[in-house]
Design a protein around this ligand. Structure first.
Ligand SMILES: C[S@@+](CC[C@H](N)C(=O)[O-])C[C@H]1O[C@@H](n2cnc3c(N)ncnc32)[C@H](O)[C@@H]1O
Ligand SMILES: Nc1nc2[nH]cc(C(=O)O)c2c(=O)[nH]1
Ligand code: SF4
Ligand SMILES: [Mg+2]
Length: 215
C-alpha cells in the first residue's frame, strides 16, 4: 500500500510515560474522527484536536510506495540526529496512525532496529508487534482497543462515557490525564491536577513539547 505521511521529525516525546525520550515522530495524514478542515471541526466526532494532519506537505512528508521507503526515511532521521547510543525509537501518530500502520511497515521498522510506539484514538484494532501502545479515548467514538501500555485521556471531556472512572478497570499499565489545550487551558490544567490529587491511580501528563518549544 501507499503510505501518506504528513511529516516526520526528530524530537523528545512530550507526553505520557515516555516523556523526555528522543524519538522520530512519524505523523500519518488523515483521521477517522475529523477530516482536519477547520470549517468542519464543530461537526466532527473529535473537536479539540491540536494537530494539522491534512495532506503530505510537512517536513519529510510525502506518499511513500513501500514500507522499506518509510523505514529508511525514519532511520535516516534518527541517524542524522542522535550522536550516541540509545535504542532507536519511533512514535507513529497522526491523524490516526492505525489507518495505515500495517504488519509490513512494522516489520520494516523493526528491521531498522526501531522500538515502535503508537498514539491512537483506540477506535481501530492494533496490529501485532507494536512495542508501546498509547490509547487516547474520545467521547462519542466507540473504544475498540481496551488494552495497551498507557491510557491517556484528554481532560475534561463533558460526555459521561469519557469520564476517567469509565477506564480504570481496563488493561493498561499507566493512566494519564492530559489537560485539554484550548482557550481554557489554564483552567483545564488545574482541573486535571485536582483530579489526580483525589484519584492517585491517575497521573498528570503535561504536553512538555509546548513548554520547550520542540515540535
Ligand atoms: C493528535 S493525536 C494523534 C493520535 C490519535 N489520533 C489520537 O487521538 O490519539 C495525539 C495526542 O494528542 C492528544 N491531543 C489532541 N488534541 C489535544 C488537545 N487539544 N489538548 C491535549 N491533548 C490533545 C490526543 O488525545 C492524543 O493523545
Ligand atoms: N514532542 C511531541 N510529543 C508528542 N507526543 C504525542 C504527540 C502527537 O502529536 O501525537 C506529540 C507531538 O506532536 N510532539
Ligand atoms: S482522533 Fe486524534 S488526530 Fe483525530 S482529530 Fe482527534 S486528536 Fe486529532
Ligand atoms: Mg501533538
Amino acid at each position: 500500500m501507499t503510505y501518506s505521511v504528513k511529516e516526520a521529525f526528530y524530537t523528545l516525546q512530550g507526553e505520557g510515560a515516555q516523556t523526555g525520550r528522543a524519538a522520530v515522530f512519524l505523523r500519518f495524514a488523515g483521521c477517522n474522527l475529523w477530516n482536519g478542515l477547520e470549517r468542519d471541526r464543530a461537526s466532527a466526532v473529535c473537536q479539540f484536536c491540536d494537530t494539522d494532519f491534512v495532506g503530505t506537505d510537512g517536513e519529510n512528508g510525502g506518499k511513500y510506495k513501500t514500507p522499506e521507503e518509510v523505514a529508511a526515511l525514519v532511520a535516516s532521521i534518527w541517524k542524522a540526529n542522535a550522536d550516541t547510543a540509545g535504542r532507536p525509537y519511533v512514535v507513529c501518530t497522526g491523524g490516526e496512525p492505525l489507518l495505515q500502520l500495517d504488519p509490513p511497515l512494522i516489520g520494516a521498522l523493526h528491521g531498522e532496529g526501531f522500538e515502535i510506539a503508537v498514539e491512537t484514538n483506540g477506535t481501530i484494532a492494533a496490529p501485532e508487534g507494536l512495542d508501546w501502545i498509547c490509547v487516547s479515548p474520545k467521547a462519542n467514538a466507540a473504544l475498540v482497543l481496551k488494552k495497551g501500555n498507557e491510557l491517556k485521556l484528554v481532560y475534561p471531556q463533558d460526555e459521561a462515557e469519557a469520564q476517567p472512572e469509565r477506564f480504570t478497570e481496563l488493561d493498561f499499565q499507566h493512566f494519564f490525564l492530559q489537560p485539554k489545550d484550548n482557550s481554557e487551558a489554564a483552567r483545564n490544567v488545574q482541573a486535571a491536577a485536582a483530579y489526580c490529587l483525589k484519584n492517585p491511580q491517575w497521573r498528570l501528563s503535561l504536553q512538555t513539547h509546548k513548554l520547550t518549544g520542540l515540535p
